[in-house]
Design a binder for this molecule. Sequence first.
Ligand SMILES: Nc1ncnc2c1ncn2[C@@H]1O[C@H](COP(=O)(O)OP(=O)(O)OP(=O)(O)O)[C@@H](O)[C@H]1O
Length: 810
Amino acid sequence: MEQSKRVSMMREKFEAQSNEAESSPPPNRKPPPPNKRVQTNGTSSLNSSGSSFVSPSPSPSPQQPVKRPLPSPGVNKQAPPALPTQPRPQQSPQQPEIPVRPTTPTRTPPNLINSNGTSGGSGFSSSGSGNSGYSSSNNSGSSIHMNGNSLNNSGSNPVPPMRKVSTPINIANGGPTTPPSSQQPQPHSPYNNNSTQQQQQQTNIPSPPPLPNNKPKKLAPTAVPAGLGSIIGGPKTPVISPGSTSPSLGSSNGNIPVSTTASAPITPTAPITVPLATSPNNSHKDSISNYNNNSSNATTSPPSPPVGNKQDEEKKGFLSIFSNKKKNKDKKKEFSVGSPFNVKHNIHVNYHSVTGFEGLPKEWEVILQSSGITRDDVVEHSDVVIDVLDFHMQQQQQQAQQEQQALMQKQMQQSGIPAHMLNNPKPPTIPIRDANKQPHNQLQPTPQQPQQPQNNYNNNNNNNNQQSAQQQSAGILSQQQEQQLEEMLCGGAYDDEQYDLNNQPLPDETNVSLYDLVSQEDPTKLFGEGSTKIGEGAAGEVFVVTQLKTNNRVAIKKMPLNQQNMKLIVTEIGIMKSCRHQNIIGYIDSYLVGDSLWVAMEFMGGGCLTEILEQFNSVKLVEAQIAYVCAETLKGLAYIHSQHRIHRDIKSDNILLGTDGSVKLADFGYAAQLTKSKQKRVTIVGTPYWMAPELIRGQNYDRKVDIWSLGIMAMEMAESEPPYMSFPPLRALFLITTKGIPDLKDQNKWSDDFKDFVKKCLDKDVENRPEAKVLLNHPFLKTACNSNGLVPAIMEAKKAKEAHSKFSIH
Ligand SMILES: Nc1ncnc2c1ncn2[C@@H]1O[C@H](COP(=O)(O)OP(=O)(O)OP(=O)(O)O)[C@@H](O)[C@H]1O
């Protein structure tokens, strides 16, 4: 596809998403606290208020030897309902399919962006450093004035300071499942000051929460778009100053009128509508148009197309690289010009014939600045740059969505109406395969889940495949299956058959609702009163409590519920519940408590693998330990892959360790179930540094993305951090995609087997990248220690951590 067109579509999509974001419903998962992965010793008690676990936050230790990533604002853990995904339309103005899952603070990526959304060195600065050719300090070109402002200026910085790098993200490239919501206040936006009374009402006064059966209404086009639309086609339309020359991003074809070129002055009283798409039928354009003009008929003669003089052709701006590729085509674009009102010129985009653009919309500047992508990169890998920018824009949009959702959630809480009831009177259903036995006396089978005995595990009888597939989608294990699972859970021997993909036919999609999955019991009667907070992530907080019946310690993850994360949570617990394997965290049950869902699971006293890696200065894993963790992780992966599931967020943070050295996969928030109708995925989900290239590019991908992430995790264990951690996420994504993964730093330190294992996991050619089951036979894994071999590292890391924390207290 032509670059200019792609840029144009990307912009269109972004603006449409920005609009959606402004009008999208309340938040999903709880935004992450400043410090994730904080182990605390605070205790609290359970109650049914939904916020019963209270635990003092640990004091941050300034003495931590290894800094883990702070949350990256632009890189939000996004949640996909993985189950069923929309294909990724290249030109979709729709929202991401899946709710945003807030970031979790872990490692600290470089923060190249200051509070003004600018950084040095990228050459994209609008202030014109003059070094790169992407900016200009010379305003010899003409200037375009646009009304409105960017997210940066409106208090919603599109690329806020980095908070966390290891933040999982999830971007579905299909349409949004997020119904638009009521209005959001527009903090500090100049629009608020300049807009009409109607605008003020719509942007500043939060509407009451929607009634249960009313689908939240999408904001009228009067909503202030969050993204570029706010600058370009937003509430205030760009006003072209007399004689201005277009620095339009897509000026060559007129697709992306950041500003338009006008051969004649247009006075502030003249209505201007800036089309955001080339298609005259583009509904998004129409909506913007109507918004701007309050009159869909207000059109005037089209302004001249971008000036195609020699200087323009020589422009060196970043986007000209794309736009110049087809510069002579599509110049005759129709512009409808409506009447502006109460116009103010807040943004000035200048174009300098030599140095490029000055005053580009903040979002674009920030994206370019933070990416660290050079002009040469763009020339060489323009497709990748567009993919990465596209990806980044969607992230920003999701970020904005999160913030709005958080606000709405707060309003709902204040109104005393449970968020999940307001947003989601009917529980969402998603297709999952509940292969597990329904918990006793809790769940009534749904119509889609006839309770029939079945054999969906290790079914070697091909004749039974069809029947088995049906049974799988129905759930419930036979006695024999139960037995097999119990053996596995008890650490019994496994055989290769259990990981055979052919033995597990793709399931049909089955709709399962949250209410089908949760227990109706009162957890406050099941667990002891004292609880200790042991962790915190984007999805919620984790506590350890005592199960009264067994006197065992169990972990409870408490996740606030709302419409956005409902699907995600259903996916997570649906998959957890139906996974029974020695290397998968054991699911106990889940409970609805107020507005929250409590998920009870097996407690892993060793914490997560990251906790060892955080103590890298004092605790270093040796190859035998790395091989052991890789092998155990692979067993878990081979198991879930055999069920046609993809974890999609494999990293040290999601590997939990027992004090006995056991290793288990956790956090299935981003897992996906492949089904007969959806055998590949396109949703972009994961955590940037661990993401496979095919996933970053938004291509069809499958379970092999987990193998890639395992390879990154192996490097993480060797070097304490994943490759490219010192780069900002966007740059890292670019490097992963274009350059692949660099070799382990100290080549002499590691065996050939280990290096080969890593290399095989990180093969960019998906076909060559081995399946989990195949990798289990890799010679490197033969060198693994046993579970006892990992225990010392777990204990040492704990000690080191305690020592640091004591040190920091005194
Ligand atoms: N079963 C468990 N046993 C012990 N600790 C746990 C358990 N589950 C979670 N934790 C701790 O709580 C932390 C957060 O848990 P988890 O990763 O599941 O939450 P999350 O909100 O999904 O996080 P993320 O932001 O990574 O998605 C983990 O890193 C781990 O330290």
